[in-house]
Design a protein around this ligand. Structure first.
Ligand code: FEO
Ligand code: CA
Ligand code: CA
Ligand code: CA
Length: 674
């Protein structure tokens, strides 16, 4: 059958992996109160410090908390020379550093080790590294810094760079080959599902310090098809009963895995972010369990997987329309089995991944754990990356005990959502039965109902609408929690507040807070660490504009290393990068910041069309792994049709660009960033 590009315009939900605006709740914007005092202009005229101090003048928890904690901790060194911005199709690191691409899309890791090829089959892809590398962790074997399991997420796919059949078609980054009747080739659908998910791969540095894939029993692909167990309060409820799992205990696959988390018991959590876009639903009435997540009446899904020619059950399930006599006869509930954090034990290749429902259901960007303390609850933080969505925290009911800790600690506890007050204080609002108005009278039947409808519960509780919460990170010394707020061009002049202070926020900011009663408490004091932007529209911690070595926009990936360096990664979207207000920033990049002085220095610039996301070092901090996602994605449909790609990284020449990991070392073998 003839193949053609998907007709029609791109649904905003599907564009650039970005998110729909689906928070229609009436929660007030603090800007309604503050607008006259804290307009964008006044924020930018004064220093950030003045602005914050002015806003917080009447109460002191903010400044006292930060002064008390911050002054006791040693600042990290940032000994490298900052590099300039770049628009070149290459990766640049500071003088004295080395960088090498590693495990690009299609790298064989298991089975009969099928070599990368555009013509690889869907089955081959199940034994190869997936696409769109994102959150990542290095699990050392026996504490080694030269031998371990690299575990990384594959957020989504760019079908034109995945299928030989796409060659010559006028296809943009969202397009995919499609039959004339709108159906999709089965093997292409299989390949796309298998290029999603998570890779577990053993990697080892050889005698020359070159990292290699090791064929090993740990190596494993978890994909959009892998059977998964549900755990926590939503398990077994009517919300998640499907034809595949009539008792609501199981589902298949994880999708759109953005950032990740590492538990105190050394397992990996993959976040399900923009999963809603994958589902079609032709029902005329769509309730809040889907509508509040951006699923509306439509017969299209992101890649039209439900239109696979075979009509196989694992593909049909992406159509959530009501078709059968009951929920056990169709997939009306399938979308309710997505939107969770998925726990994977990389050290047990036979283990079944587990969706931990008590951590809430939303567009999870990732999750970050507070350092675990013996006898204290386990605490983790997670952002919901969509415009005007929220930041959450989970506190376990049972205490952490190193001898017995496991994933069941995530099944019994309390989920909270953050309210940031304009005076620099903040509080955590419990999303639990009977708390904050979450009662049957108000439409929240029980805990499972609250968790399946996490966004609606947070609306009801009165959480603060944020500028797209992305990654979080915890300072291992002070316990301060950082979150990137990437941008929000939908925020109006009368919707600004102290923590989201700019209308038409094109550049984003980083917020941080100090818990006032320990991580499991409900009060915190917050600060804006940096307002990102260009030299004219930015503020660092000292109130100064960012200089040439520090300008950046759309912070996304974030990590605080053991020495307290704050690593910041950027994701200016494909539709904006290298143009207009974003031109000055060049290609997406990574920077390092000093949490005490606020100094920021550019450390790495990536190739054309990509975002930098995912960062971890080996335990000795002498090898760093960083991901490059969707290189070449800014190639237009016309340029693709004529094989005139604007990026060819990492293979160069006329190659198809591929997402890949970077291995970064120092020529003198030193600590990365020091
Ligand atoms: Fe997948 Fe919010 O970045
Ligand atoms: Ca992205
Ligand atoms: Ca991200
Ligand atoms: Ca992003």
């Amino acid at each position: 059958m003839k193949q053609q590009q998907r007709p029609g315009e791109v649904d905003p939900i599907l564009a650039d992996g970005d998110e729909p605006l689906s928070n229609m709740s009436s929660n007030h914007y603090f800007g309604d109160i503050l607008q006259t005092r804290l307009s964008r202009r006044s924020v930018l005229r004064g220093s950030l410090a003045t602005f914050v101090a002015g806003a917080m003048a009447t109460r002191l928890p903010f400044s006292s908390a930060f002064a008390a904690e911050g002054s006791a901790a040693a600042a990290p060194s940032l000994g490298f020379s900052a590099i300039p911005t770049s628009a070149a199709d290459t990766v640049v690191v500071p003088e004295g550093y080395r960088v090498q691409p590693f495990i690009p899309l299609g790298t064989p890791i298991s089975g009969n080790m099928p070599a990368y090829s555009l013509a690889s089959s869907g089955d081959d892809q199940a034994h190869q590294v997936g696409s769109h590398h994102d959150g990542m962790h290095f699990f050392p074997l026996d504490g080694s810094s030269s031998d371990g399991l690299l575990v990384l997420n594959h957020e989504y796919v760019e079908p034109r760079f995945l299928h030989a059949a796409a060659a010559g078609l006028a296809m943009d980054r969202s397009g995919f080959p499609q039959n004339e009747d709108g159906s999709r080739d089965d093997d292409q659908v299989l390949k796309e599902l298998n290029a999603h998910g998570v890779t577990v791969v053993r990697v080892r540095a050889d005698d020359q310090g070159q990292w290699q894939v090791v064929e090993d029993a740990h190596n494993r692909r978890i994909t959009g098809l892998t059977p998964m167990r549900l755990a926590g309060p939503v398990t077994g409820t009517e919300h998640v009963m499907t034809q595949y799992s009539p008792d609501g205990s199981m589902t298949r696959g994880t999708l759109n895995n953005c950032a990740h988390g590492v538990t105190p018991w050394d397992t990996y959590l993959a976040a399900e972010e923009n999963w809603a876009g994958y589902f079609a639903n032709s029902d005329t009435e769509i309730d809040r369990r889907q509508a509040r997540y951006g699923i509306e009446t439509r017969d299209t899904g992101r890649y039209q997987w439900h239109r696979a020619t075979s009509g196989a059950d694992e593909y049909v399930r992406f159509d959530a329309s009501t078709r059968g006599a009951s929920a056990s006869d169709d997939y009306r509930n399938e979308p309710h089995t997505f939107g969770f954090m998925v726990e994977i034990d990389p050290r047990d290749p036979q283990s079944t991944p587990v969706k931990r429902t008590h951590l809430g259901r939303f567009a999870h960007e990732g999750v970050i754990f507070a350092p675990a303390e013996e006898g204290r609850p386990v605490v983790c933080y997670s952002g919901d990356d969509a415009r005007f969505e929220y930041i959450y925290k989970y506190v376990s009911a049972r205490p952490f005990e190193v001898a017995t800790a496991d994933g069941s600690l995530l099944d019994e506890g309390t989920l909270y959502v953050a309210r940031f007050s304009d005076d620099g204080s903040g509080e955590w609002l419990a999303l639990a039965p009977g708390e904050n108005g979450l009662t049957p009278e108000n439409g929240f039947a029980d805990l499972a109902d609250i968790l399946v409808n996490t966004r609606s519960a947070a609306d009801h509780a009165g959480a603060t609408k944020m500028d797209r919460p992305e990654w979080g990170a915890v300072d291992p010394v002070t316990g301060q929690v950082y979150f990137t707020l990437t941008n929000n061009t939908e925020r109006g002049e009368n919707q600004t507040d102290a923590v989201n202070p700019r209308a038409d926020n094109v550049f984003g900011q980083i917020v941080r807070w100090q818990e006032l009663d320990g991580h499991s408490g409900t009060r915190f004091a917050w600060d804006l660490f940096v307002l990102a932007g260009d030299q004219d529209d930015s503020r660092d911690l000292t109130g100064q504009p960012l200089d040439d070595a520090a300008i950046f926009a759309s912070p996304d990936g974030l990590w605080v290393d053991p020495d307290r360096r704050v690593w910041i990664q950027t994701d200016i979207s494909e539709s904006g990068m290298n143009q207009g207000v974003y031109e000055v920033f060049g290609n997406n990049q990574m920077l390092a910041a000093d949490p005490e002085s606020g100094t920021i220095k550019r450390f790495l610039t990536g190739p054309i069309g990509q975002e930098i996301t995912g960062v971890i070092t080996t335990p000795d901090q002498r090898t760093m792994f960083v991901n490059v996602q969707h290189p070449g994605a800014t190639t237009s449909a016309e340029a693709f049709a004529s094989d005139d790609l604007n990026g060819h990284w990492p293979d160069g020449g006329n190659a198809i660009p591929r997402s890949a990991t970077l291995v970064i070392t120092r020529e003198d073998g030193g600590i990365i960033g020091a």
